[in-house]
Write a protein that binds this ligand. Structure first.
Ligand SMILES: *Cc1c(COP(=O)(O)O)cnc(C)c1O
Length: 472
């Protein structure tokens, strides 16, 4: 068949849409989406024929072409209308993984999100019968848990930092140590945030050592505030010096300047209580005399994406009045979830069993090992001749920049491909790719020529095993 003939043999969009085989599709997805899908598929075929694509030429000349075309349209629509955000098994070994949605939310939070989805009193005072404030749902709890006088919440911690800087330091200087000019993964860099907030960065000290006199020398008539940033995702070791929050608070007070601390992860409880390494708490920062603290809702707090600002009443009110606050505000779904998570903190004794993020971080090495021992046989059977499966010790990390040097003892399933067609790396990538294609994708990490599945965050054991049958 010549190219022209093949092109002419393609059916019209209407004929595809009216085919009895596709009769249910219009009812399911609507006429417009079906038409676009059919047009798209036909356009793709037309282009491939013009380009002389041999496979498509054979397809179009084949006896079952129409059937295949209908299936392609059907698949296109199914993919388009399927959920884009899929649940995955996070076996990466990083508990709070930004690419995997950070903290898993507790059931209470999920339920509250559904409740808030309809019309609700987001900004409505039910008692008075007039307009209310969305911060009202969270402020009292945040104050109770942190010891702050006032609190407000925005879209994420990057937004919190931006808003605070823009409110307190537009067109003026912000003094910050050169050791704390952090970059957080995915384009949050302190100097750039300063620029976006319309402030002038006034760096002081050196990368490894900053002294109180450096801050004193940096202060001038253009200074708007002193800032400290928690170096969450790295640590400067060796010949180092930094100035404590306490000393900086005092210096700020002597100069009539506000002092702001970006804590990053910002935990509300001392993690040492749960056998984890110490991470500065919001209460500690406030006790040092900081005027405003900013931190994330979805790092070590274990809640939804949010940025929390706590501190003195007057400064928080100024932050709230900034028109940018309107642009950065949180929605009702976030407020609903965050309130439930914060309420869990009122009972620290049960927190580690009720908050999924903390439950994963505190899961005992013995429990994870026992899980590995139960899984070894079914997983080895599922991979049969494709991969060797063994149990191995590994270290999980907390993630999201929190406590970057601390490691948590854990156990992993180690998968090593047997056939190494195209080389070891290619075989490993193929294996990792297959796991990502499962109905609930499994995300591991590659180490020492094997694919590690860290079992720390694996909770749905049966579902995990059941779907592995589809893997080989
Ligand atoms: C993570 C982090 C941020 C950004 O927080 P997001 O909630 O991800 O926007 C800002 N500052 C520090 C120190 C951080 O660790």
């Amino acid at each position: 068949m010549a190219q022209n003939q093949r092109l002419r043999s393609l059916p019209s969009v209407d004929r595809v849409l009216n085919a009895p085989e596709l009769s249910g599709l219009v009812g399911q997805y609507g006429a417009q989406a079906c038409k676009l899908a059919a047009q798209g598929e036909l356009a793709r075929l037309r282009k491939a024929l013009r380009d002389g694509d041999g496979d498509v030429e054979a397809l179009v000349s084949g006896a079952d072409f129409q059937g295949r075309l209908y299936t392609a349209v059907q698949r296109k629509l199914a993919a388009e209308f399927s959920a884009s955000l899929k649940p995955v098994f996070n076996l990466s070994g990083t508990v709070v993984h930004t690419n995997l949605g950070r903290s898993a939310l507790p059931a209470e939070a999920v339920e509250a999100m559904a409740t808030a989805a309809g019309a609700c009193n987001l900004e409505y005072d039910l008692e008075a019968g007039h307009r209310g404030d969305r911060d009202h749902h969270l402020e009292a709890t945040l104050c109770e848990l942190t010891g702050a006088r006032a609190a407000t919440v925005v879209n994420n911690n990057a937004a919190a930092v931006l808003l605070v800087l823009n409110t307190l330091a537009t067109g003026r200087e912000v003094v910050i140590s050169r050791g704390e000019l952090v970059e957080i993964g995915g384009s949050f860099r302190m100097p750039e945030i300063m620029q976006s907030a319309n402030c002038i960065l006034r760096e002081t000290g050196t990368t490894n050592r900053t002294h109180l006199r450096d801050y004193e020398n940096a202060i001038n008539e253009r200074t708007a505030l002193l800032m400290k940033v928690h170096t969450s995702n790295y640590e400067v070791r060796g010949f180092t010096n930094s100035v404590s929050g306490q000393e900086l608070s005092q210096l700020a007070r002597e100069n009539g300047l506000p002092f702001v601390h970006d804590l990053g992860s910002g935990t509300l409880v001392d993690l040492v209580r749960y056998g984890l390494p110490h991470e500065p708490t919001v209460n500690e920062a406030l006790a040092e005399g900081v005027d405003l603290v900013t931190f994330s809702g979805d790092k070590l707090l274990g809640g939804p994406q949010a940025g929390i600002i706590v501190g003195g009443r007057e400064l928080v009110d100024r932050v709230r009045r900034n028109p940018l606050k309107r642009a950065l505000r949180v929605d009702k779904i976030t407020i609903a979830a965050l309130r439930e998570v914060l309420n869990l903190y009122k009972d620290p004794q049960r927190l580690s069993s009720r908050l999924p993020m903390l439950a994963d971080l505190t899961r005992s090495a013995a429990e994870i090992l026992a899980l590995g021992e139960r899984l070894l046989k079914p997983v080895a059977e599922a991979f049969g001749p494709a991969a060797c499966v063994a149990l191995t010790e590994c270290n999980s990390q907390i993630g999201s920049g929190a406590l970057p040097l601390e490691r948590l003892e854990s156990t992993a399933l180690q998968l090593t491909p047997i056939a190494e067609k195209g080389g070891k790396d290619a075989a490993l990538q193929l294996l990792a790719g297959r796991l990502r294609e499962l109905p609930r994708p499994v995300i591991g990490r590659i180490r020492d020529g094997g694919l590690l599945l860290d079992l720390r965050c694996l909770r749905d054991e049966e579902e995990f095993v059941a779907q592995l049958r589809e893997v080989v």
